[in-house]
Design a protein around this ligand. Structure first.
Ligand code: ADP
Length: 350
């Protein structure tokens, strides 16, 4: 068993040393207690690094049922770095909004809007006040996923716009200004002006998180947004195939170029879950998200399975977490989002 474990662990690469965790001594010990195996890793006090290693270990051991319950413990080696004094809020922060998270992807159709919505619901279920801004001008779909499709009556008071509310989330979308079949022609300065209004003329009230669903790719809207507002972090959504990972890598590079800190990667459609028995099968390649996270020195925040229930929930405008979960696969998806939200919180807390 130990030999098999060690062989699998040679696939886990430390992003700091670019060596595997056995080679560079990160793996301090393998403890066996009755049936429980615990890996003890020695790392600096760096939660991002710990999460990156933990997710790579889960992926490396996923194929071996005997090793899937292995626990990981971290021994912090370096002394704690003193935290700096809290600074004044930056000039371009939105009044009342604590943290702004950009959700991006290298290309369309990878599930960016689905992830934005369900991550928002998980954060709301943890007790946070959450707003969603659908800035995906080319395919605004967040409204529809919340049962608010097509043009909506927007309430304007004292020159400020009141966002709509659904399932305890505040929501604003370009789709509320358009009829369902109307083409989207926002470009350049007009787009910038509309985005500015969406950020600053909306009465968001007190929010812990504003999640912004960006258009796919690396175009105008991204640059406008990064210049307009203090972005606290970006989350990049990808699917596991190599071709999607290349695009996601470009999205990460774009955020880095405009100095938006990357909170991490969410791998969507990581495995297909059978709606009847909940058993998973990797219909695309495996472990792509953790490889992308390791190669870009970011963190794999979560892996969301592919299920028909998630797609149906979006089509029906009723998010999965708000429905009765009467199948193991639906429960697994909700748990996966909760796990990703918890990882995001711990990265942001640093
Ligand atoms: P994007 O915002 O990247 O263009 P969407 O979030 O609109 O992608 O998702 C595209 C389609 O894929 C939608 O029909 C959505 O319901 C479906 N989808 C996304 N993620 C999943 C998933 N994990 N399981 C099943 N269907 C999904």
């Amino acid at each position: 068993m130990q030999q098999e474990l060690k062989t699998l662990l040679t696939k886990v690469q430390n992003p700091l040393t670019h060596k595997n965790i056995i080679e560079d001594g990160t793996l301090e010990a393998i403890q066996e207690n009755d049936d429980q195996i615990t890996l003890v890793l020695s790392t600096p006090d760096d939660r991002r690094l710990q999460l990156a290693l933990d997710s790579q270990i889960r992926t490396a051991l996923a194929g071996s049922p005997a090793l899937s319950k292995v626990k990981v413990k971290f021994n912090v080696k370096a002394p704690e770095v003193p935290k700096s004094e809290p600074s004044a809020p930056p000039a371009n922060s939105i009044p009342g909004v604590d943290k702004i998270i950009l959700i991006g992807s290298g290309k369309g159709g990878v599930g960016k809007s689905t992830v934005t919505l369900n991550l928002g619901i998980s954060l709301k279920n943890m007790g946070y006040k959450v707003g969603l801004l659908d800035a995906d001008i080319y395919g605004p779909s967040l409204g529809k996923m919340l049962g608010l499709s097509g043009r909506q009556n927007i309430d304007v008071q004292n020159d400020t716009i009141i966002p709509l509310e659904a399932y305890g989330l505040k929501v604003m979308s370009f789709s509320f200004l358009l009829d369902d079949n109307q083409p989207v022609v926002w470009r350049g300065p007009m787009l910038g002006k509309a985005l500015h209004q969406f950020l600053y003329d909306i009465e968001w009230g007190k929010l812990d998180f504003l999640l912004i669903d960006l258009p796919p790719g690396t175009g105008d809207a991204h640059l406008s947004l990064t210049q307009m507002v203090q972005n606290d972090a970006a989350v990049v959504v990808t699917t596991p195939q190599n071709v999607a990972l290349l695009d996601a890598g470009r999205a990460i590079a774009m955020f880095e170029q405009v100095n938006v800190p990357i909170a991490g990667v969410i791998e969507n459609m990581s495995e297909f879950l059978c709606p009847h028995c909940g058993k998973g099968s990797h219909i695309f390649s495996k472990g792509g998200g953790s490889r992308l996270a390791a190669s870009t020195k970011s963190v794999l925040l979560g892996q969301i399975p592919l299920t028909s229930e998630l797609m149906e929930a979006s089509d029906e405008g009723k998010p999965l977490a708000t429905r009765k979960k009467n199948s193991p696969s639906a429960q697994k998806v909700v748990d996966a989002y909760e796990h990703a939200a918890q990882n995001l919180l711990s990265i942001l807390a640093e």
